[in-house]
Design a protein around this ligand. Sequence first.
Ligand code: NDP
Length: 335
Amino acid sequence: MQVAPVERFRAIRLRKDETGATLADVATLGDDELPPGNVVVRIAYSTLNYKDALAITGQSPVVRKFPMVPGIDFAGTVEHSADARYQPGDRVLLNGWGVGETHWGGLAQRACARADWLVPLPPTMSPRMAMCIGTAGYTAMLSVMALEARGIGPEAGVILVTGANGGVGTVAIALLSRLGYSVTASTGRLEEAPRLKELGATCVMDRRGLSEPGKPLQKESWAGAVDCVGSHTLANVLAGIRYGGAVAACGLAQGMELPASVAPFILRGVALEGVDSVHASFERRMVAWTRLSHELPGDVIEGNTREIGLAQALEVAPELLRGEVRGRVVVDVNR
Ligand code: NDP
């Protein structure tokens, strides 16, 4: 019997040294080392998300198993499938499910995943475009859907987006403005205000106005918010939401704590909607990705994206954590 040769591929590899520090390098690995799964994907593009930067730098215990290939998302083409839903040549994408944390992820030329985790690429979307949007953009869409589910439409009033220059923030601004919402962007980088306005923000505010402890109820300024920041910022955002409004909370760039009071909930009927992208159902993912393929113009997404090669992900990760990256970072894993 002829045995198929083992495919070799390049990947970012994370290991721990004897002191517990994370070591990150680019390694050549073999298909025979891939984790279990029923679909092998040849990856075209991945991205660098906040969580990937935490994993690569070892700044937070995101990775639960070593050695690990980071990368919480990828898009590419099915090479082998033992699941009837996917055939070789099918174009797929993946976000979350612990990929890049407990199961080898997308910062590699190949991945082996469970068919249940995959989403077929929308017909009009290229693998590159899918990753220009990436987990951050898909989370922005889930956040918009959470506000819509609370009945917050464009006529309700202004929507605040915090962490505006980040991956989630920039796509949330672009999406909301194209859906007809009026958007205020909160940022620590006011010099980027012109770019935020190009994306669709009507107003840009200094994030320092939200980042310190504030009163439990404040002027009713916004009908809703997409919050990427957490901590005092989220507490102040809740305190400034209009009667009956809602906040989609998806991030913790300032911190995980929520030093808030119940006043906005019990006196103004404000709703706090949690947004989780990792374990969202297949149906929800399909809705989000289909909408992303229709509702985001390609040139807007291109203009919001920086492309890097695989090894560069190691250099850009600390920049991202220092808040120096604007918009999305897409990774061409084959260069
Ligand atoms: P980015 O690093 O791209 O953006 C985060 C932005 O937050 C920065 O660009 C900056 O915006 C702002 N920021 C950074 N540090 C602080 C701070 N100390 N105080 C206030 N604002 C700060 O990350 P992403 O956009 O990819 O992700 C945003 C958050 O959402 C992260 O916490 C991430 O973990 C989370 N996330 C959650 C998901 C989920 O499933 N719930 C999925 C994806 C992401 P500016 O310079 O404009 O102020």
